[in-house]
Ligand binder design. Structure first.
Ligand code: RB5
Length: 143
């Protein structure tokens, strides 16, 4: 996994995004913050497309946060080079990496508290893709 993580949120998730950025920095990673930065209402697809374009270009890793995580994951998965996973448990995050080689983690700030979110982020970043039969399945994702 690269040392730079692209991260973005909508107005519903600014506080959780800031907590995740601090966590990434504690881990020695660089967070490239694509906004939003305030509680003023904005449209989550704008942020998702910014983050996911950077992830595709760099073959990197992203984290997207909105109220539920659902809108961000829908927008993110429109990108050919993105496999985004909305995770509400550490197990989701581990399996999203191990089996799906997810490169974007989505979190719902109105659903998931900060301590659980931190654990999910750690699980996502600490788990490698298993390859093998899972690669064959990933190759069949595009239609
Ligand atoms: C914003 O109110 C909310 O709709 C958004 O954060 C997200 O939950 C959408 O999926």
């Amino acid at each position: 996994m690269q040392k730079t993580i692209h991260i973005g949120c909508d107005h519903a998730a600014v506080d959780l995004k800031n907590a995740v950025i601090r966590q990434l920095e504690e881990r020695g990673l660089t967070a490239t913050d694509h906004g939003t930065y305030t509680a003023d209402s904005c449209d989550y697809p704008d942020i998702a497309h910014d983050v996911c374009s950077a992830v595709e270009k760099e073959q990197g890793t992203g984290i997207l946060l909105c109220g539920t995580g659902i809108g961000m994951s829908m927008a993110a998965n429109r990108h050919q080079g993105v496999r985004a996973a909305l995770c509400t448990t550490e197990l989701h995050a581990r399996l999203a990496r191990r089996h799906n080689n997810a490169n974007v983690l989505c979190l719902g700030a109105r659903m998931t508290g900060v301590e659980l979110a931190r654990a999910i982020v750690d699980a996502f970043l600490d788990t490698d893709f298993e390859g093998g039969r899972h690669q064959r399945r990933i190759d069949k994702l595009s239609c």
